[in-house]
Design a protein around this ligand. Structure first.
Ligand SMILES: [Zn+2]
Ligand SMILES: [Zn+2]
Length: 317
């Protein structure tokens, strides 16, 4: 499985502001003075020693992740990140299949708002399969493009479309070597996690965004251990700091501290923190990320290895 992140922002798109951009440049220049940067030959070495938040953009697009296997192409959620993916597909049509399997965790705006801008939707050579734990997913997507909200209703678009209900009690097999499980999450209006098991090498990827985990959830709860236990990669909602999570009980999101607690307790090997708070600049996200690692060390553990989700990041399983 190749897993690629196209949107990692929670709640609403958050483009980088000029203010943040200037702040980054100022900090880079300050670093350059301290480093005594003299010529171009030093650039690579100089860039490599900068704090991480000065060398990348986390990205402002809302949730979208692709999973490419030997036979199929899956997409998890259609936040604004799916527009970038659709443009890539359109530009390099011979490198992509003509059929896509799109799974929705739920239909809050930040998980569907990119769909009307996904180019394959409008092209007759493409077939789109939509999957959801909500049986009325077709109606929900049609409502999104009602003429009061969007000029082109989804049922008038040229692609072939099929809608599928995902049963949490029955794993799904769209190809022989991949088994897909789903699991209901605590989130306003409901949400579903998806687990992809590669049966060829028994590697497990779990996508669990928009979920509010608390201490009660990971202690002595065998249903969670059964689903999340020993995942090779768990990509999880970690929108808040611990303090914020106490102020925002029942808002449906998890703190990065709790995300680390859960992953550690469930013996997850790699943890990707995602659904970033839109108000946070890269510097704050990186600060939270380093604190997440520090928290894991306080737990006296090497696991999980922690990653901060950034647009364009790829993982292999
Ligand atoms: Zn969300
Ligand atoms: Zn949500």
């Amino acid at each position: 499985m190749n897993i690629k992140l196209y949107g990692v922002r929670g709640s609403i798109p958050a483009p980088t502001s000029t203010k943040e951009y200037k702040k980054k440049i100022t900090q880079i220049l300050e670093n350059a003075i301290e480093y005594q940067l003299k010529n171009k030959d030093q650039f690579d070495e100089f860039l490599n020693q900068l704090p991480q938040h000065l060398t990348y953009l986390t990205g402002g697009n809302t949730t979208c992740v692709s999973i490419r296997t030997e036979e199929k192409f899956y997409i998890l959620d259609a936040g604004t990140g799916i527009r970038t993916l659709g443009d890539e597909i359109f530009r390099n049509q011979n490198q992509y299949p003509k059929e896509f399997h799109i799974f929705f965790t739920h239909t809050h705006w930040d998980h569907i708002q990119g769909l009307p801008f996904f180019k394959p939707l409008y092209l007759p050579q493409y077939t789109l399969h939509f999957y959801s734990g909500f049986p009325d997913i077709e109606e929900r997507l049609a409502y999104q493009t009602d003429e009061r909200f969007f000029p082109m209703p989804i049922h008038k678009t040229a692609s072939k479309k099929y809608y599928h209900h995902v049963d949490i009690n029955r794993p799904l097999k769209i190809e022989n070597s991949i088994e897909i499980h789903s699991f209901p999450l605590k989130h306003p209006g409901g949400c579903f996690s998806y687990k992809f098991i590669n049966l060829k090498n028994n590697k497990i990827f779990i996508f669990a965004t928009d979920v509010e985990f608390t201490g009660e959830d990971f202690l002595d709860n065998s249903k969670y251990i059964e689903y999340f236990g020993y995942a090779d990669i768990l990509m999880i909602d970690s929108q808040y700091t611990l303090d914020e999570s106490f102020l925002k009980i029942d808002w449906g999101h998890t703190s990065y501290t709790m995300a680390v607690n859960c992953a550690n307790h469930w013996k997850v090997k790699n943890l990707i923190l995602t659904h970033h708070e839109p108000a946070y600049e890269d510097e704050k996200l990186f600060y939270n990320y380093t604190h997440a690692i520090r928290h894991r060390k306080h737990l006296d553990s090497e696991r999980p290895k922690i990653f901060l989700a950034k647009e364009g990041m790829e993982f292999q399983l």
